[in-house]
Design a protein around this ligand. Structure first.
Ligand SMILES: Cc1cc2nc3c(=O)[nH]c(=O)nc-3n(C[C@H](O)[C@H](O)[C@H](O)COP(=O)(O)O)c2cc1C
Length: 199
């Protein structure tokens, strides 16, 4: 039995060798991301996910920020490896930045104090689901992407550069582009050990 959703799940991989030759137009990419974000579920339908899509030079600006911050942190004899990695993200066509709007989370905490402690956790579940939806939807239109986490190092500079609300918390960065080299074989733990059937 074929299931197109499962087929899309299988297509999604971490793609590190990216290029700028998108197989579809920028508009199709943008709409695909919008639809994935729109239809991803969130706790109490709070829709706290925020996404900024950077294309071209704006994406390059992001990776220049990351490069500059890491250069100040990574020992110089180890920097060439870091540089190569950041250059591989920079080589893509764009980057999607995933945020959570903490003012939405705060609103929920104030509204439902008995659940207050859970909202931060659910916000992270929600952003993870949103990221996966975008990643998978991009894979389905032949676009490669990976998931990166430099948020704590670059958040303030990102917000200043693109004039973003202070309540937005930067969670993840997803560089995307054409798939220049597909992902290698992936190892899987036995699924029977991970999923049990009872009854
Ligand atoms: C929550 C989460 C965090 C991740 N963080 C990173 C990351 O910071 N950098 C990175 O290169 N890959 C990151 N990955 C990608 C995983 O390493 C990758 O998904 C995993 O090895 C399986 O490979 P696949 O994506 O090709 O299926 C992350 C994945 C998840 C789900």
């Amino acid at each position: 039995m074929s299931n197109s959703t499962i087929e899309s799940f299988k297509k999604r991989r971490s793609i590190y060798h990216l290029g700028k030759n998108l197989p579809v137009s920028k508009e199709v990419v943008t709409n695909t991301i919008k639809e994935a974000v729109k239809f991803a579920p969130s706790a109490f339908n709070s829709q706290s996910a925020r996404v900024i899509i950077l294309y071209g030079d704006e994406s390059k600006k992001l990776w220049a920020i990351v490069m500059q911050v890491l250069k100040a942190m990574v020992p110089s004899d180890k920097f060439s490896e870091t540089e190569q990695k950041i250059n591989s993200f920079d080589a893509g066509a764009g980057t999607a930045l995933f945020f959570e709007d903490m003012s939405v989370i705060k609103g929920l905490q104030d509204q439902m104090p008995s659940y207050a402690a859970n909202f931060a956790l659910w916000s992270h579940h929600g952003t993870g689901i949103t990221q996966y939806a975008v990643w998978t939807a991009l894979a389905n239109i032949g676009i490669g992407a990976s998931l990166q986490h430099y948020g704590n190092l670059i958040e303030e500079q990102v917000k200043t550069t693109w004039n973003l609300p202070s309540s937005w918390s930067l969670i993840a960065q997803m560089p995307f582009g054409s798939i220049e080299t597909p992902a290698g074989e992936k190892e899987f733990s036995p699924i029977e050990e991970r999923v049990k059937v009872i009854g």
